[in-house]
Design a protein around this ligand. Structure first.
Ligand SMILES: [Zn+2]
Length: 159
C-alpha cells in the first residue's frame, strides 16, 4: 500500500464505523471483518465465543462449583460485582466511577462484619431506583449499614 494512502481501517474510523474489511486473512486464516478499535478479527471472536459456550455447556458442574468457590472465598468481591451488575442494568454507574473505591467499601463491610460478628451491608444512600430521586453507583453514594437497617430502609429516601 502506498504511503499516505488511507487504509480501510483508517477510512472506517473516519466514518465512525465499528468494523472494517481489509480482505486480508487474520493469523488464523479468517477473511472476515475486524474491529476498528483494536483490530481483532470477528472470525476469531466468534470462534472464541463458541469455544466458551461449548465449555460452559459440557462443564456445567465445574462452572457451578467454581462460582460457588469464588463466592465463598471472596464474598465481598462477589457482592461488589453483583451491585455493579445491578447498577449497570439500571445504567447508574457513570464512566467516571472509581471501581476500586467501590470495591474497597464492599471489602470494608465484610471486614466490619467479621470483626463485630454483626452483619453489615453496603447501601446506596440515594437508592439506584428511588421513588423520587435515583442515586448513582459511586463510592460517594455508598454507606455501610447494619444488615437490619438496610432491610428496614428498603427503597425509601426521606427528603
Ligand atoms: Zn481470525
Amino acid at each position: 500500500m502506498r504511503k499516505g494512502y488511507p487504509t480501510p481501517r483508517l477510512e472506517a474510523k473516519a466514518k465512525g464505523l465499528l468494523t472494517y474489511f481489509s480482505g486480508k486473512p487474520c493469523i488464523h486464516g479468517h477473511v472476515t471483518e475486524r474491529y476498528v478499535k483494536h483490530g481483532n478479527c470477528l472470525g476469531c471472536l466468534a470462534e472464541k465465543r463458541e469455544y466458551f459456550n461449548n465449555y460452559a455447556k459440557t462443564h456445567k458442574e465445574t462452572m457451578r462449583s467454581a462460582g460457588r468457590r469464588f463466592r465463598k472465598n471472596h464474598p465481598d468481591v462477589h457482592c461488589a460485582i453483583q451491585a455493579l451488575r445491578r447498577a449497570d442494568k439500571l445504567q447508574r454507574t457513570p464512566s467516571w466511577a472509581n471501581l476500586e473505591a467501590i470495591q474497597t467499601i464492599y471489602s470494608q463491610a465484610k471486614e466490619i462484619t467479621e470483626k463485630t460478628g454483626i452483619e453489615h451491608h453496603v447501601d446506596h444512600i440515594l437508592p439506584l431506583k428511588g421513588e423520587l430521586v435515583s442515586g448513582l453507583h459511586v463510592a460517594e453514594n455508598l454507606q455501610i449499614l447494619l444488615g437490619m437497617d438496610n432491610v428496614l430502609k428498603s427503597n425509601r429516601f426521606i427528603i
